[in-house]
Design a protein. Structure first.
Length: 457
């Protein structure tokens, strides 16, 4: 049985609040920009430098703060500040992950740096100029002209597959800023989110085409559940599971994504991922996957190739979560992913009661992310509230620890029945949902037919 020691998650690790306050001060300084540094902004920058004074970043950050305070702002100085911010969030991440691993009794691989660093490309370097303009203008100074200035850079980056990570980040960032512009009129600025995107893009511009070490691996993948992310223009399914190879077990993740339009919603989004038939079959039918020479990154991410997988025998995710998950070694975390927002640890909860939006075990409780339930699956708030066991992702934000449901078990009449986010991967199994989808028509098929006609013209 998976023993989650909720008591061990009740208190916040030492130093977390102080580190986040420093990060918050820097994020607030970016709201009005660094063109003219005010007294509060200067204090925030000084606190950032002080927080990393005992680290290898100390000299570079102190020099950057001194130059920015005098108006001498360059991309090197801004990159040093972004690095200091990332280092603080990395320390918070490490403390929280260590707390979670202790509460779960889990072990984890150590990160091994790449043997050789690859110099960044000129396109990546070119993106820094626009990111620098953002920091100088501040979010309140962003208008449509400033956002449009990044168009050519983003287009060029999207044309380079090796720079896709930076390109997609900047593409989404500019789209978000454009939708909000002119930002000076906004009542509330999402300072933390935009600072996250800005700092991450700036640091990625220094990484060039460096890639994570990848090994080829064969074995049996036992899915635990799918976390579905749906947006107006994209959908992504992240499948968490346990990979068994030659007597060892490790936690892994599969991420598959597709572009979409905002009219494709609910169960229909699975059709967009139809190129991953073996993966969808395993999710819908609760089966294991036999993998042959599948690429596996050091981060525990399987670089999915459906031709290297075959849906095999039945595999109950709740049995996997009970028996295999506690012994499976957790993956290492890449340096740029060491941020509390990226924490997602698969867990099994049993023997709880659900009250006021939280799971309670004894005197301890943990919040359930009911607002994260995807419309592409059968999980509902009422179903979660009546559940007796749950597979979920342990996550953290400013409010503390929470769990995002991937699957539940609850009684239907007298039978204990399981419901999973991926149950509708091959089509809805709920007759009412299937009937409603049939009545509304197949939006994906219609759009594909229209696109085909346009291409034929």
């Amino acid at each position: 049985m998976q023993a989650v020691q909720l008591d061990a998650l009740a208190s916040e690790p030492a130093g977390v609040t102080a580190a986040l306050e420093v990060v918050g001060g820097f994020d607030t300084a970016l709201v009005n920009g660094l063109a003219r540094v005010s007294e509060p902004q200067s204090a925030a920058l000084g606190a950032l430098a002080g927080a990393v004074a005992g680290s290898p970043l100390a000299e570079a950050v102190a020099a950057a703060v001194a130059k920015v305070s005098t108006g001498a702002i360059g991309t090197d100085e801004l990159s040093a500040l972004a690095g200091a911010r990332a280092a603080l969030l990395g320390a918070v991440h490490d403390a929280l992950v260590a707390q979670a691993d202790t509460a779960l009794g889990r072990s984890r691989f150590e990160w091994v740096s790449a043997a050789e660093a690859v110099a960044p490309s000129q396109l990546a370097i070119g993106s820094r100029a626009w990111l620098g303009e953002l920091a100088i203008s501040g979010w309140r100074g962003v208008d449509h002209d400033l956002v449009a200035a990044a168009d050519q850079t983003v287009e060029a980056l999207l044309g380079e597959p090796a720079l896709r990570r930076l390109a997609v980040l900047l593409d989404g960032f500019t789209a978000e800023l454009s939708a909000s512009a002119p930002i000076a009129s906004m009542d509330r600025v999402p300072a933390r989110r935009w600072a996250d995107l800005w700092a991450r893009a700036l640091l990625l511009s220094w990484r060039g085409t460096e890639s994570t070490a990848v090994e080829s691996i064969s074995g049996r993948l036992l899915p635990l559940g799918a976390d579905v992310h749906e947006h107006g223009t994209a959908v992504q399914a992240q499948v968490y599971g346990v990979l068994e190879t030659e007597g060892t077990a490790r936690q892994v993740r599969v991420s598959v994504a597709a572009a979409k339009v905002d009219t494709i919603v609910g169960p229909a989004i699975w059709q967009l991922l139809g190129g991953h038939r073996q993966l969808l079959t395993a999710l819908a039918e609760h089966r294991a996957l036999e993998l042959t020479a599948m690429p596996l990154a050091a981060t525990g991410d399987l670089l999915w190739d459906d031709d290297r997988a075959r849906a095999g025998e039945a595999a109950d995710p709740f049995v996997t979560a009970t028996v295999q998950l506690p012994q499976a070694q957790a993956p290492a975390v890449a340096p740029l992913d060491r941020d509390p927002v990226h924490i997602a640890v698969p867990v099994l909860f049993e023997g709880y009661r659900f009250r006021d939006g939280a799971l309670e075990v004894g005197e301890a409780r943990i919040r359930v992310e009911l607002d994260a339930l995807p419309s592409a699956g059968p999980l509902t708030s009422a179903g979660v509230g009546g559940s007796s066991s749950m597979i979920g992702l342990l996550r953290w934000d400013a409010s503390g620890w929470s769990v995002r449901p991937l699957a539940i078990q609850r009684k239907v009449k007298t039978a204990l029945t399981a419901f999973h986010n991926g149950d509708w991967a091959l089509g809805p199994t709920d007759p009412k949902v299937a009937k409603a989808q049939a009545k509304s028509g197949d939006a994906v098929a219609v759009l594909r037919e229209r696109a085909g006609r346009l291409l034929r013209k």
